[in-house]
Ligand binder design. Structure first.
Ligand SMILES: NC(=O)c1ccc[n+]([C@@H]2O[C@H](COP(=O)([O-])OP(=O)(O)OC[C@H]3O[C@@H](n4cnc5c(N)ncnc54)[C@H](OP(=O)(O)O)[C@@H]3O)[C@@H](O)[C@H]2O)c1
Length: 240
């Protein structure tokens, strides 16, 4: 059985978890990875109750050895055919008050982790000449914004990393894609951190998890003579 590795998996009503369930429905054994074992186990249980197969691996994507071990663990279950870098931490801060620690934290989760994860995934995929490596982007991937310098620097860097990898590794048979999520997600993160915004925008004004997962699976399933590199998703009411 081929495997999918998805890093940045948290609550069940979060993007990492929904991507994991969608990947399992493609017949892949899904290695769900994040820092919280209890959340990962809940996602594994949900996949198993859907009839799929999954394994939880605790991994902090900013730790090189843990990332190396994650890809080794996945490959030991089966060839890695899909790898998704979903980790990201949107932490606003006014620029003149931004500490080096804050900037570095955004960079480590948003970009450095993506570099290490993609290098290890590609080390498995390239010798086989197949596989699909996808990245979760945000509005911040496309443009800087006051109050978000650290986050947008990381997300913009991740998008450029994805482009570089697509141009280098598509010709070697690995599909590299990037999905821009242009707006808030109708999920646990916004509901718990910004309840008023969640209430006000609701399911019409925030982007649906199932629709986002469909976009990732669409990229994964594309035939190699018709690959997209990037998809952008927003609600019908988004001003862009
Ligand atoms: N939420 C939104 O509105 C929104 C909008 C646009 C784009 N996005 C993008 O979508 C992606 C998913 O974000 P989300 O906020 O919706 O969360 P999510 O997919 O529900 O969960 C992502 C999980 O990643 C885990 N994580 C964080 N840092 C990590 C690290 N260093 N190593 C491993 N795992 C880590 C966290 O779980 P633990 O704390 O348990 O490790 C977090 O719950 C991000 O790339 C984000 O930029 C989100």
């Amino acid at each position: 059985m081929q495997t999918a590795v998805i890093i940045g998996v948290g609550p069940l009503q979060g993007l990492g978890a929904v991507l994991s369930r969608a990947a399992a429905q493609q017949g892949l054994h899904v290695v769900v990875a994040g820092r919280s074992a209890d959340k990962l186990e809940a996602v594994v249980a949900a996949i198993e109750s859907d009839g799929g197969a999954a394994t939880a691996v605790a991994c902090d994507t900013t730790d090189e050895q843990q990332v190396v071990s994650l890809l080794e663990a996945a490959e030991a279950i089966g060839p890695v055919d899909l790898a998704i870098y979903n980790a990201g931490n949107n932490m606003p801060s006014m620029f003149l008050d931004t500490s080096v620690e804050h900037f570095e934290k955004c960079y480590r989760v948003g970009l450095l982790g993506g570099f290490m994860f993609s290098r290890e995934a590609l080390r498995k995929m390239v010798p086989r000449g197949s596989g699909c490596l996808l990245f979760t982007g945000a509005s911040a991937s496309m443009r800087g914004k006051p109050g978000f310098a650290a986050f947008t620097a990381a997300k913009g860097g991740l998008r450029n990393l994805a482009q570089s990898l697509a141009r280098e590794f598509n010709p070697q048979g690995v599909h590299v894609g990037h999905v821009v999520i242009d707006g808030g997600i109708y999920g646990e993160k916004i509901e718990s951190n910004f309840p008023e915004w969640y209430e006000k925008l609701g399911s019409e004004g925030l982007i649906g998890l199932e629709g986002i997962a469909e976009a990732f699976i669409y990229l994964y399933r594309q035939p190699r003579n018709a690959w997209s590199h990037e998809l952008d998703l927003r609600t019908h009411v988004e001003n862009f």
